[in-house]
Design a protein around this ligand. Sequence first.
Ligand code: 13P
Length: 255
Amino acid sequence: MEGKQARTPLIAGNWKMHKTVAEAVELVEGLLKADLPAPVEVLVCPPFTALSEVAKIVAGTKIKLGAQNLHWEKQGAYTGEVSPVMLAELGCEYVIIGHSERRQYFGETDEAVNRKVKAALEHGIKPIICVGESLAEREAGVTEELIQRQVRAAIAGLSAAELASIVIAYEPIWAIGTGKTADGPEANRIGRLIRETIAAVDRAAGEVVRILYGGSVKPENFAEFAAQSDIDGALVGGASLKADQFAAIVRVAVV
Ligand code: 13P
């Protein structure tokens, strides 16, 4: 097997700053009752406050646990931050890094993203690195250049083995929470560019790395993305907050 067939699809739910502990428990219990097809990796990324309770519920099930951010240090005087050691202790297998909301509202730089990626990998947590252009950047025609810069900066200094375990999410900022999406072939073109950027560092890693599309993904529009050669799943915001919708997206991922 090679190409897309060799890569397990990943459907990840980014719950952002939604769900109290009680609501998170209800959502994940609803997901466990849904029919989730075997050949898809299913991941939920609740807010920090709900990780511990959700971890207990998903332990030993098909659903995997991820966080939405982390600090690069193991411990220390970093008020308000959460370390990779703390996430690993809870059984987080993944962590979202460099989401555009963190870059936009919390000043996260490419350099910070790189430090976080390295810290996650050092603790056995797979980073889901988010990249994507704003509407102004898209209109200025700098999308490709920007995506390559974000990817290269995020993966700087990683070994070939580390590179093979990362996930990249292409999330055009103008498509997040807006109901607008890139079209399938356009997202695939950027997916291909991301793969080639990684392959330029390590050929084999470029083949195995999974690339997700994110931005207003819904059960009704995901088939167009799932069918693309260089898209291996989705990073879902709004539609991941409802068990039936998220489960429906997981079912669409089996193509
Ligand atoms: P929406 O699916 O709500 O557009 O959010 C996408 C996103 O930012 C996922 O990380």
